[in-house]
Design a protein around this ligand. Sequence first.
Ligand code: CUA
Length: 228
Amino acid sequence: MSTWANLGLQDSDSPLMEQLIFFHDHALLILVMITVLVGYLMFMLFFNNYVNRFLLHGQLIEMIWTILPAIILLFIDLPSLRLLYLLDEINEPSVTLKSIGHQWYWSYEYSDFNNIEFDSYMIPTNELATDGFRLLDVDNRVVLPMNSQIRILVTAADVIHSWTVPALGVKVDGTPGRLNQTNFFINRPGLFYGQCSEICGANHSFMPIVIESVPVNYFIKWISSNNS
Ligand code: CUA
């Protein structure tokens, strides 16, 4: 999770988020190279005393500085497109989780398992345990198995919300009357925190998401204890 003074991306906990971080670094590298080159050229213009009174056109240089940026854009465009389609790919999910955004809490349904359903509210600061995370912990966590393909269906009951967990690279809008879908794969056990990221009203900041990633056999135990 993100802690104090962490201004960059969180460490990835899923293969797709790892790829997203690689792409971010790749794009940033290209951006820095362009900025340095253009910055250098603009800076050097101040010290240029040469004047060419007969310069009216330069077909060749115009050709080069039009085509070159287009080629550079391809180096950003193609990996970006690859990632976009990779994020959309559904790879035989073993669990489907349905999350519904409400003003202002999330509710969850495990439709595969006798339709377990529950609400997940933020724990108010005055009721928080001493080791709890303020504005981030919830009363009922989403329990999910690690090392499994998980499909998530997102919708909303009132206004638009967004189910967003940065460490997993998941960000899906929950829109009333629509059902959005993505999938993810959690690399390791642990707690993963997220927040709603569509401005959905007064308590938008107070409907966090907590995923409890556990080994598969533990997940099965959790499911059966909820079915009794
Ligand atoms: Cu729900 Cu912002």
